[in-house]
Design a protein around this ligand. Sequence first.
Ligand SMILES: Nc1ncnc2c1ncn2[C@@H]1O[C@H](COP(=O)(O)OP(=O)(O)OP(=O)(O)O)[C@@H](O)[C@H]1O
Ligand SMILES: [Mg+2]
Length: 268
Amino acid sequence: MSESIGTLQLQRKGDGEYVLWTENVVKRFGGIIALNKVNIKLRKGKITLLIGPNGSGKTTLVNVISGFLTPEEGKVIYKGKDITRLPPHDRVKMGLVRTFQIPKPFQNLTVLENVMVAAEGNPGENPYIAAIFRSKWKKFEKEQVERAFNILKWVGLVHKWDSKASDLSGGQLKLLEIARAIMKGADTIIMDEPAAGINPVLVHDLFDRIVKLSRERHVTFLIIEHRIGLVGKYVDYAYAMNMGEVISEGEPEEVFNDPKVLESYLGG
Ligand SMILES: Nc1ncnc2c1ncn2[C@@H]1O[C@H](COP(=O)(O)OP(=O)(O)OP(=O)(O)O)[C@@H](O)[C@H]1O
Ligand SMILES: [Mg+2]
């Protein structure tokens, strides 16, 4: 990459291998402490899994990270910047995207068109601007088509480029969501239970692609998922929560077999 040595040194010093972390995040709902001094870190280009029984605080944490909730205490640091009070759309501009922030695919548009419309600064959004900048628009469009095709290749949907979104399977729709997030500029993608409602064979296809994107494109993932038996082998690092606290973290296998974690599921 083209980063200067100076920048690299700075990044190493400042926890450069982590793209995002939380510092002692506290979130209360009335008398309930949904998050009690939570610290998690997302390793750059890795897949981090967040598990925990119902009500343990997973979605609340993801809401704090993506900006839908402001914590009472603590910080969220992303790309070296304190984003604790930054609105969600400004986090999206920085590359931090939760897949549901991308509008649902248009059923009657093709896969390629759906990726295209996710692009930032699409002049087609305003017909007057589009007319004035017609010549620029052409060039922009050509570049965007190429980019969209490339992204479809990365996520393994290029063979479906001309199919209607309505013809995709559940797993392919998840891949389309990822493609659209990347088209929007995402390099850090948060997914809340992506495997829900998808048949197990397709879950493996989906996670194979997620692994490829992290390895080859250095996309960072934070994934909430209950079915650890299904997705555990694909992830790099895991956190387990219970009652608003991180109770275990480390290699996925270690975390899944941690007696505290097993107990939390039985207790829940
Ligand atoms: N908007 C809210 N208002 C009041 N309480 C809330 C709100 N959102 C979450 N909670 C409470 O905070 C706690 C954590 O909930 P959260 O949804 O984060 O859990 P979760 O781990 O995502 O659970 P699940 O696995 O069921 O999705 C729960 O006790 C929940 O009832
Ligand atoms: Mg939840």
